[in-house]
Design a protein around this ligand. Sequence first.
Ligand SMILES: *[C@@H]1O[C@H](CO)[C@@H](O)[C@H](O)[C@H]1NC(C)=O
Ligand SMILES: *[C@@H]1O[C@H](CO)[C@@H](O)[C@H](O)[C@H]1NC(C)=O
Ligand SMILES: *[C@@H]1O[C@H](CO)[C@@H](O)[C@H](O)[C@H]1NC(C)=O
Length: 396
Amino acid sequence: MQRVVTTALEEGKETKEAPTPFRTAQPSRSFPLRLLQFFLVFLIFGLCASMVSMYMIRHFGIHNKNLMMPLIQSSSCYKPCFKEKASVESWIRPPPSLLHSMNDTELFWRATFVPAIKDYPYHRVPRIAFMFLTKGPLPLATIWERFFKGHEDLYSIYVHSPPSYNDEFSPSSAFYRRQIPSQPTEWGTMSMCDSERRLLANAMLDLSNEYFILLSESCIPIQNFTTVYNYVSQSQHSFMGSFDEPGPYGRGRYNEHMAPLINLEDWRKGPQWFEVNRELAVRIVQDRDYYPKFRDFCKPHTCYVDEHYFQTMLTINTPHLLANRSLTYVDWSRGGAHPVTFVKQDIEEEFFRKILQQHTCSYNGQPSSLCFLFARKFAPDAINAILDIASKALGI
Ligand SMILES: *[C@@H]1O[C@H](CO)[C@@H](O)[C@H](O)[C@H]1NC(C)=O
Ligand SMILES: *[C@@H]1O[C@H](CO)[C@@H](O)[C@H](O)[C@H]1NC(C)=O
Ligand SMILES: *[C@@H]1O[C@H](CO)[C@@H](O)[C@H](O)[C@H]1NC(C)=O
């Protein structure tokens, strides 16, 4: 092919630079010959190109998609030629990116797919999904980074922050590109529970996530990762704080319009920060019965959905799966509508020793002194004090 081209070019050059009397004198004989040569060149080039393209398509599949596009499109066998054979990996692989264009209706529908056969036909290592519901930045991220380090196969992180907020974590951070598509969230309203369900649903898209822990930007871990993983994965119950509280801030928030689906004796209160397993996560995301009752009859300032909705619904449907206590320590001792926010002056070894040692609770039906794995609320300025004593006081 190359030889033909060269000859044609050389001849063209010759004709231009040194037209001989012989050539100009006999145009009628050389013209069809030239035409034939060009025709042959194009024919051979075309044949080679199509052979090369067929070879590449067969051997490299769709990897050179952009390069091959014009050829692929003109080819009638596009679909059959490129179909990748579906393997079980293609069903269990997590989505390559947390970004997607599904709205909540579509996302919740997809997230609640449940396999009917409970034995996984592959080696599944259950992960904990750590879900951070934030008002913006994560000022305590560095203690979490330390906590997660070395356990990459056992956790996933999801961050729901206001839609306008963009985190700038470096690629080496555990929080790098872990923000999910979010919606504005107003504390105390149904939009809060919507965001919690959105976090759950996004985390559920990865089939390896089995446990789901809701945290805020003011939470820190107070046990090492191994302890947290074992405690959560070996528990017979999910850690949803849930109790029946008499008085205006408990039963007083119940609205009779919720009956007969929800009766006063079913009404529960509990902290927002929970841990649930996959079964309960599906129940929360798929719910369409309780949701409208809470949306319509539990509104500020007489009722706050995040303290009642999941707690009450799960107590009615699956009471035997609930530990009825939270894993997150919080201090209400100073009274008022908000718990204590700890600042850097509060952070001392004695402070953590009290949280870790002065409690008893029930774990798998047995009394236990290990009750809390996380704690809140910590001010952003406490981070350096926490990092300084974390290794000694918390083993992190
Ligand atoms: C999501 O999109 C579908 C299809 O356009 C629509 O029917 C549904 O109402 C949307 N849901 C929300 C929450 O916007
Ligand atoms: C984690 O903490 C537990 C209990 O405090 C301790 O026994 C264990 O050695 C720690 N594990 C690691 C890997 O530090
Ligand atoms: C949690 O509370 C429910 C009902 O209020 C009860 O049935 C269940 O046994 C409790 N869970 C534990 C671990 O005690």
